[in-house]
Design a protein around this ligand. Structure first.
Ligand code: AMP
Ligand code: GLY
Length: 427
């Protein structure tokens, strides 16, 4: 099979690495890819949101299957256009991608299907929004309904902060059109986890849980990022919790979307808050998490190409997933300054030595190759990943690997996995 992978992050490097192991693969292309992906695939210089150019490339090169990594092209209808052109595609339609693209839509669907989630109300009218804040009191959460690069969520400890957040979104238009509709919801407490399930429009197949570290600083301090590290499995998601996630959250969502005439096919990523063994839905994403994908792919035991193709062609009921017993952990290395402004073009050395640590693999995110050197080309730059028989061992190996990377302009968190390590130490 000739496969085209769309995207350029660490998530796509991990997908490329796993797709490359498939006996069914004859040729792998990636648009646009990065310096790490270039070792596994032929990279083509087409941006991941250039829908028309991707469809044209797939047609001209007789691509048999397209795998879409990021959410933006999905919300723009890339999967719809490819399927109209007769090309099987892994990734939901634009109308199913509203689960991520519109929080107001997601909350209404969840309410209709009785999915456990924070209480909420959607607003386009600022006076009504403010009245609701005053009625409910604090703590409370204010969100833009539309996509805001992970920044459109404000957790408010006081009513004053919440009223300011409403102003910021609806009057000052800090997040542009994403804030023309807002969601005001309950402040949930507990432990967060990411859960992934494959869907083919009718069936849902449980994958696995992971835990991300969103804050930029050690001890979960500082501003939120796209994710500074992750591990899988996530001990907070016990088999009992996993069964509740599938029965109460994932399966009702698949059914709810089918009833709306927007069947969901792709990977459903549930962002969860878990308290006393009870999972509540924070949000849905319609793609693999980044960096969660790096640890999932490290643990997956099976042919990713066959699995994704089955999800794309409505045959998930014929698939069984296997997982290696090890824990996988990824430490993200980012450019100094991230998630604020940062420099591009700094030189990274030592990647080969870093990859020789037992169980380690370095996934590239924002990198580019130039004159035989690897240069930083984004905020999150590398995903240093390792497997081990415990979280502690995977963590030790990942940080040993980090030590071998010579990149003075980069940084990483030093405590990825701390919650799970604390649990292991206790037991
Ligand atoms: P989101 O963009 O919806 O994933 O939100 C970003 C982060 O904000 C989440 O990972 C949570 O840490 C936090 N968050 C979002 N919604 C809530 C909520 N209702 N209660 C508590 N924390 C939340
Ligand atoms: N790591 C969180 C995300 O991909 O949204």
């Amino acid at each position: 099979m000739k496969v085209l992978l769309v995207g350029s992050g660490g998530r796509e490097h991990a997908l490329a690495w796993k797709l490359k192991q498939s006996s069914k693969l004859s040729k792998l292309y990636c648009a646009p890819g990065n310096a790490g992906i270039a070792h596994l695939a032929e990279c083509v210089a087409i941006g991941s949101e250039d829908v028309a150019a991707i469809v044209r490339f797939a047609q001209e090169n007789a691509i048999d299957f397209v795998v879409v990594g990021p959410e933006a092209p999905l919300t723009l209808g890339l999967a719809d256009r490819l399927r109209e052109a007769g090309i099987p595609t892994f990734g939901p339609s634009a109308s199913a991608a509203r689960l991520e693209g519109s929080k107001a839509f997601m909350k209404d669907m969840a309410a209709r299907m009785n999915i456990p989630t924070a209480w909420y109300q959607n607003f386009t009218d600022i006076t009504k929004a403010k009245a609701f804040v005053r009625e409910k009191g604090a703590p409370i959460v204010i969100k833009t309904s539309g996509l805001a690069a992970g920044k459109g969520v404000i957790l408010c400890q006081t009513v004053e902060e919440a009223l300011e957040a409403v102003e910021l979104m609806m009057v000052k238009r800090e997040f542009g059109d994403a804030g023309s509709e807002i969601v005001i919801e309950e402040f949930l407490t507990g432990e967060e986890a990411s859960y992934f399930a494959l869907c083919d429009g009718k069936n849902a197949l449980a994958m696995a849980a992971a835990q991300d570290h969103k804050a930029v600083g050690d001890g979960d301090t500082g501003p939120n990022t796209g994710g500074m590290g992750a591990y899988s499995p996530a001990p907070v998601v016990t088999p009992e919790v996993e069964a509740k996630i599938m029965e109460r959250i994932v399966k009702p969502a698949v059914q709810g979307m089918a009833e709306l005439g927007a069947p969901f096919a792709g990977v459903l990523f549930a962002g969860l808050m878990i308290k006393d063994g009870e999972p509540k839905l924070i949000e849905f994403n319609v793609r693999f998490g980044d960096p969660e994908c790096q640890v999932l792919m490290s643990r997956l035991d099976g042919d990713l190409l066959e699995i994704l193709f089955a999800a794309a062609t409505g045959r998930l009921d014929q698939v069984k997933l296997g997982w290696k017993p090890e824990t996988a952990l990824v430490v993200v290395m980012a450019a100094a300054g991230y998630p604020g402004s940062y420099k591009k073009g700094t030189v990274i050395e030592g990647l080969d030595e870093a990859g020789h640590v037992e169980g380690a693999i370095i996934f590239h995110a924002g990198t580019k190759a130039q004159d035989g050197q690897i240069l930083a080309n984004g905020g999150r730059v590398l995903g240093v990943t390792a497997t081990g028989s415990s979280v502690k061992q995977a963590q030790a190996r990942a940080y040993q690997s980090v030590e071998r990377i010579r990149w003075p302009e980069g940084f990483c968190r030093r405590d990825i996995g701390w919650r799970a390590v604390a649990r292991e130490t206790q037991s």
